[in-house]
Design a binder for this molecule. Structure first.
Ligand code: NAP
Length: 306
């Protein structure tokens, strides 16, 4: 049995592509290796997605998106794609469990959190070093944590962590934050948050669990040890594009280049969401990509059968 559209990735972009594909009566399957929702599944509050006010958490929004897609007939499997081939206009996808065929593929694989790359980061991963406040914040009740980064994620998750930690120290490499001004104001008004600017993490130390973080002032070169029980890293993301690299053109970082129809270099292979090269990576742009990719895939499939 051949699917019309197979979507790789079940974040907001993939789920929206599923919704639009199924509503167009395309036989649509989403293949996702983890749980649905992508990055928003581990995001505290999504207050900049129109309509999602009043403490709408990421996991709630993700579940609603999934339910909506399923209600229109999108199929969803939790499997990991290992191989993709294209022969005679058909895409052949092999997962860890099954083989699938599709007329069009939408790549919505998102991106992965970036590492600091400092000494001790790998060693203490899961022992105080975390990349997900929603997952691990609870373990830092009454403790001190360092948050690394100056973007929306770092500030948003830093605010979230004040629910548990007694002190949140945000360490950012420049003297200006990148985050939205409203988030910055909220963080600065929070008495539990402290900022250390122009500074990077040089080393994470401890005895079994994190106890000390060595900071380096990038202007003076001065090194300083501070006591901390945890380090939360939010310094951006790297695109998950390796799987399809032979089918697409990417930029120098690996973000996939798509045109305004989300079409990539390979006819029938579309891209959507955070894995695409674009200027704004938000839920609102991911869902827009997903909708466009699905409509473009439908038009492509209609054209195939002409
Ligand atoms: P981001 O906007 O790319 O910010 C990454 C931050 O990490 C920047 O401040 C950057 O510093 C810093 N950084 C990068 N590499 C570093 C390194 N090697 N060492 C130290 N610091 C480093 O990423 P993000 O905050 O994860 O957000 C990603 C996207 O998701 C954005 O579009 C964001 O708006 C969106 N998002 C939105 C929300 C929300 O609105 N609630 C929440 C989360 C994410 P520089 O500033 O010096 O480059």
């Amino acid at each position: 049995m051949i699917y019309d559209i197979i979507i790789i990735g079940g974040g907001p972009a993939g789920l929206t592509a599923g919704l639009y594909g199924s509503r167009a009566r395309m036989k649509t399957l989403i293949i996702e290796k983890g749980d649905a929702g992508g990055q928003i599944a581990t995001t505290f509050e999504v207050d900049n997605y129109p309509g999602s006010m009043e403490k709408c958490t990421g996991p709630v929004l993700a579940q609603r998106m999934k339910d909506q897609a399923l209600s229109f007939g999108t199929e969803f499997v939790k499997e990991e794609i290992k191989k993709i081939e294209k022969k005679n206009e058909i895409f052949y996808l092999e997962t860890d469990k099954n083989k699938y065929e599709a007329k069009a593929v939408i790549v919505a694989t998102g991106s992965l959190s970036r590492d600091i790359g400092c000494k001790g980061e790998k060693e203490f991963r899961g022992m105080g070093v975390s990349y997900c406040a929603t997952c691990d914040g609870f373990f830092f009740q009454g403790l001190t944590v360092v948050v690394v980064g100056g973007g929306d994620a770092a500030i948003d998750e830093g605010i979230f962590l004040t629910k548990f930690a007694k002190k949140v120290i945000i360490v950012h490499r420049r003297n200006e934050l990148r985050a939205a001004k409203s988030l910055q104001e909220k963080a600065r008004a929070n008495p539990k948050i402290e900022f250390i600017l122009d500074t990077v993490v040089e080393e994470i130390k401890g005895n079994g669990v994190v106890s000390t973080v060595t900071l380096k002032n990038v202007k003076t070169g001065e090194l300083k040890d501070i006591s901390a029980d945890g380090v939360f890293v939010f310094i951006g993301y790297s695109p998950n594009s390796a799987l399809v690299k032979e089918f697409v053109k990417t930029d120098e970082i690996g973000f996939i280049i798509g045109d305004e129809k989300m079409q990539t270099l390979t006819p029938g292979l579309f891209v959507a969401g955070d894995v695409r090269r674009k200027m704004l990576r938000q839920v609102v742009t991911a869902v827009a990509d997903g909708a466009i990719a699905a409509v473009s895939a439908e038009a492509y499939i209609d054209h195939l059968s002409e």
